[in-house]
Design a protein around this ligand. Structure first.
Ligand code: ATP
Ligand code: PAF
Ligand code: BAL
Length: 286
């Protein structure tokens, strides 16, 4: 068992800690999270450790990425449980950055980061201010923690691509790594929000991964028409009782819609099961 991570809640203290590490020649890895940690998050921590000398995990439920009708108030949290999980890891986490509020300067926050094209499609359609909130808080975390490397999960594929684009366009000297999706044994992509699924809804939600596997296998068998593949997946999910937000095949880098698979694509899905909205995706490289 590793030592319990140091918990830092003040921005200035966090920056001071990072700068003292940098002065000792240490590479800093950052894993941004909203807490209620699961094995998907822990896999990011392991990869951060492999790419750096010291690891910071941030735990902060960022209010500005939630729309007025979204689930900010019910977002799951268990800070003590998170610390226990991080302490039980084979390699240590050095710091948990857990600020109470990143927008507490009074007078209102009015500066935003927008990744103008990439934020429009997929999740951006039903959550129009979501990626503005994500890009802004990640930029703030980058300025506070000053990491050399930052880890994001491919489960939130569009988010990962948006952060990569922000880092490129705004000249951050940070390596952004996309980590593979960790799934439960039955194929459901791990997600903090899964805790809100009833057993019946969880069973229905397995249709997302099944539909993606079906579509990928049909594509490998020669079906390259995206509409057909999308309809296959939509039927599988709606037959199971899910409500589709979107099911779209897009290019892996620019997330542009494609009609026929000719190069590397990713099939992205968001669907509702009861009050829970889940996202998942699968890369298809024929
Ligand atoms: N199953 C997973 N596999 C790999 N990475 C993941 C997985 N789930 C989450 N992550 C990554 O962990 C980071 C923090 O995500 P977050 O704290 O929002 O958890 P989450 O499980 O995605 O929660 P939510 O239920 O809000 O989607 C993000 O980079 C996210 O992509
Ligand atoms: C990247 C992130 C920590 C920003 O709040 C969040 O969107 C998440 O947990 O995926
Ligand atoms: N993991 C993405 C965070 C969100 O849906 O708000």
């Amino acid at each position: 068992m590793a030592p319990t991570p140091e918990v830092i809640s003040e921005k200035e203290e966090m920056r001071k800690w990072s700068r003292s590490m940098r002065a000792q020649g240490k590479r800093i890895g950052l894993v941004p999270t909203m807490g209620f940690l699961h094995a998907g998050h822990l896999s990011l921590v392991a990869q951060a450790r492999a790419h750096s000398d010291v690891v910071v995990v941030s735990i902060y439920v960022n209010p500005v990425q939630f729309g007025p009708t979204e689930d900010l108030a019910t977002y799951p949290s268990d800070f003590d449980g998170d610390l226990r999980k991080l302490t039980a890891l084979p390699g240590s986490v050095d710091v948990v950055f857990h600020p109470p509020n990143l927008y507490d300067y009074g007078g209102g926050h009015e500066s935003w980061v927008r990744v103008e094209k990439l934020e429009l499609g997929l999740c951006g359609k039903s959550r129009p201010l979501f990626f503005r909130g994500v890009a802004t808080v990640v930029m703030k975390l980058f300025h506070i923690v000053e990491p050399d490397v930052a880890l994001f999960g491919k489960k939130d594929y569009q988010q990962w691509r948006i952060i990569q684009r922000m880092v490129r366009d705004l000249d951050f000297s940070i390596k952004v790594i996309g980590a593979e999706i960790i799934r439960d044994n039955d194929g459901l992509a791990m997600s903090s929000r899964n805790v809100h699924l009833s057993p019946e809804e969880r069973e229905k939600a397995l249709s997302i991964n099944k539909s993606l596997l079906k579509a990928k296998s049909a594509a490998k068998d020669g079906q390259v028409h995206c509409e057909k593949l999308q309809n296959l997946a939509i039927k599988c999910i709606t037959d199971a009782g899910g409500r589709i937000d979107y099911a779209e095949i897009v290019t892996q880098n620019n997330l542009e819609k494609v009609e026929q698979i000719k190069g590397p694509v990713v099939f992205c899905v968001a669907a509702w099961f009861g009050k829970v909205r889940l996202v998942d995706n699968m890369e298809i490289n024929l």
